[in-house]
Design a protein around this ligand. Structure first.
Ligand SMILES: *Cc1c(COP(=O)(O)O)cnc(C)c1O
Ligand SMILES: [Zn+2]
Length: 423
């Protein structure tokens, strides 16, 4: 039933059978899943997809899983929110938010990639699944390993947010905090993968993992009524998501599910770690690694992005741009999103919206153009990023008088009530 030909090197096109390998032995290029699109096109239609489950598995003809879906069966098909209030604030008439803050089961887009990777780990018979993570991947691998009855080893930089660490440990995972940057964690994990023969979601299972991100793009197109948007703004860490949203849209066009792909892909990163944005601005495909990432957007803090080169190419080929956001801009954007749309995103969401705002101000995104901002993770996991910027609760006695007192004080020096709206 599978329409998969095997793996193929992105650089020299050499073919490999389906197995847990990710680098070409001949040219060291990354391997990618190779599909038989003619066979897929003969079976897949808008109707066949719409008749599928209300999850990312409605696109399983375009995902590299052979057998039964064992873990992550409820992932995906998150809301595409029409953001009228936020759009007004940013000067956009047709702004949408692809809202993976509510993805099942661990509240970030990483559940899409892990659902594919861990099913694949089960198919390959790995007893242990593992990953090097900036936080969300840790949560998701641990959760899916638990569901699949697998042991997990999760490697993280030691300075991650509390919510990301706790949200991993709860799944009975072996959490290993490494005193170093993500890039040092990742290098260590490559050695562990070789020595112990474990399945690392984002290393030896990476060709399969990466395909899960395509569903983010498929859903955007289907939810817009089977059309691609004019702009997508994507937060980048390793650079895989932006590359695969673009691939997903182009696959849909190739299968004639959408009429065209006019989409400009814009990359958003934090000022404290922006190697891809820097390359886009300098117009060079040589990504200069950031040795010591800084700032509150820890989920995006990959100084040496594995797919940086392909992310750069995606932005350039699509006519997109790159923008970065300071910590202050990130916090402001997180607060604006919450105050206008009632959505609490993590720092990466703040990065995306701060970048979107700048792209609008520069005229790179037009007021009437269909724009999708990718909101990829949940704010409850990165509470310390905004805690100091929020108003604490107002304390009162359990009496009407005590309440009325603070209500009348609300225009004074004390904290104003709901920004004065209640008065
Ligand atoms: C991992 C992550 C990203 C970026 O993903 P890449 O594919 O590595 O570029 C974006 N947002 C959040 C919340 C993430 O956890
Ligand atoms: Zn090769």
């Amino acid at each position: 039933m599978s329409d998969i030909k095997g793996l193929k090197c992105r650089e020299c096109a050499r073919a490999y059978p389906i197995r847990p390998v990710h680098v070409c032995e001949f040219c060291f290029g990354p391997l990618e899943v190779d599909y038989d699109y003619a066979a897929i096109g003969a079976r897949v239609t808008r109707q066949s997809i719409e008749a599928g489950p209300a999850t990312m598995w409605r696109y399983r003809a375009l995902l590299p899983v052979d057998g039964e879906i064992v873990v992550g069966r409820y992932c995906g098909l998150t809301p595409l929110v029409e953001a009228r209030n936020l759009g007004k604030a940013l000067g956009l008439r047709r702004l949408y938010l692809k809202n993976d803050t509510v993805n099942h089961p661990t509240l970030s887009f990483k559940d899409r990639v892990v659902a594919v990777a861990v099913n694949k780990a089960l198919e390959f018979g790995f007893p242990v699944v593992a990953c090097a993570s900036t936080g969300n991947l840790a949560n998701s691998v641990a959760a899916h390993a638990a569901e699949g009855g697998l042991t997990s080893f999760i490697f993280i930089p030691a300075d991650l947010e509390r919510g990301k660490v706790l949200g991993t440990s709860i799944y009975a995972a072996n959490v290993v905090a490494v005193r170093g940057t993500y890039d040092e964690v990742n290098r260590l994990c490559s050695e562990i993968a070789d020595k112990h023969g474990w399945g690392f979601a984002n290393i030896n299972l990476r060709p399969f993992y990466a395909e899960g991100s395509k569903t983010f793009g498929y859903e955007i197109a289907e939810q817009l009524g089977w059309r691609a948007p004019d702009h997508v703004v994507v937060p980048a860490a390793g650079g895989s998501l932006i590359t695969k949203i673009w691939k997903g849209l182009r696959e849909f066009h190739g299968l004639r599910l959408i009429p065209g792909v006019p989409t400009r892909m814009h990359v958003a990163q934090a000022a404290g770690c922006a190697p891809i944005v820097t390359a886009v601005r300098a117009n060079t495909d040589l990504i200069r690694p950031v040795k010591q990432p800084t700032g509150i957007a820890k989920s995006l803090a990959i100084g040496n992005p594995a797919d940086g080169y392909y992310a750069f190419k995606t932005v350039k080929q699509s006519g997109g741009m790159g923008e970065e956001a300071t910590d202050e801009e990130i916090v402001d954007a997180m607060k604006l999103l919450a105050a206008t749309e009632g959505i609490f995103a993590e720092t990466a969401g703040g990065v995306t919206l701060a970048a979107t705002r700048k792209l609008v101000q520069q005229g790179a995104i037009g007021r009437d153009e269909v724009t999708v901002a990718c909101i990829t993770g949940n704010g409850l996991k990165t509470q310390e990023a905004v805690a100091a910027a929020l108003r604490p609760p107002i304390h009162i006695q359990p009496t009407l008088r005590s309440f009325d007192e603070i209500l009348t004080q609300s225009n004074g020096a004390g904290p104003s009530l709901v920004d004065g709206k209640a008065a």
